[in-house]
Write a protein of this length. Structure first.
Length: 181
């Protein structure tokens, strides 16, 4: 797990011993990164590209914080960037924010906001899109991009059913992106 804010050389060294990386893409604007994270966006995007080029399995988490990074235009721009730079098979998890620490004045992310982000990502051609931090939500599971059937049934962090054999959908035999042991 990483916020993706790492220099290229140490990242390349780490990637030699990792099978998978999850990076928190906290928002998709320099303004958000500067004001909320006291950082910049560019190094995170560079890290995402580096992980993908090194062929280490990559997943992205976007914690959707009401009023700060949940603008549909920002989500649209982020999804287009992911598709163009990382590919349609890069999973993205839109996760629900709950007030904590310095952001206790905000409300939890409305589930409808997460669902709208899901729809934007799917409309932009991303194939593995998830709604997270909402136990029992249908879109916490994985669906085959070919036949549309649920191939990994999840409730929060628990896997209840797995319909993948040797990296293929058990229903239609289509290849499923991922690392399958």
């Amino acid at each position: 797990m990483s916020n993706g804010y790492i220099n290229r050389e140490p990242l390349l060294q780490l990637l030699k011993v990792l099978d998978a990386v999850k990076i928190d893409l906290k928002g998709f604007s320099e303004k958000f990164y500067e004001e909320v994270c006291s950082a910049t966006l560019k190094p995170v995007l560079e890290s995402l590209i580096t992980v993908k080029k090194e062929k280490v399995w990559l997943e992205i988490v976007n914690l959707m914080v009401p009023t700060l990074n949940d603008d549909p235009k920002m989500i649209e721009k982020m999804c287009r960037w992911i598709k163009e730079n990382l590919g349609v098979d890069t999973p993205i998890h839109f996760t629900r924010f709950f007030p904590n620490y310095k952001l206790t004045h905000l409300s939890p992310t409305p589930i409808s906001t997460l669902e709208k982000a899901y729809e934007i990502a799917i409309r932009n051609g991303l194939r593995y899109v998830y709604v997270g931090n909402v136990p029992g939500h249908l879109r916490n599971s994985t669906f085959c991009p070919s036949c549309g059937k649920r191939i990994i049934y999840r409730t929060h962090f628990d896997i209840l059913e797995m319909n993948i054999d040797n990296g293929r959908c058990r229903f239609c035999s289509a290849s499923v992106a991922g690392r399958w042991a």
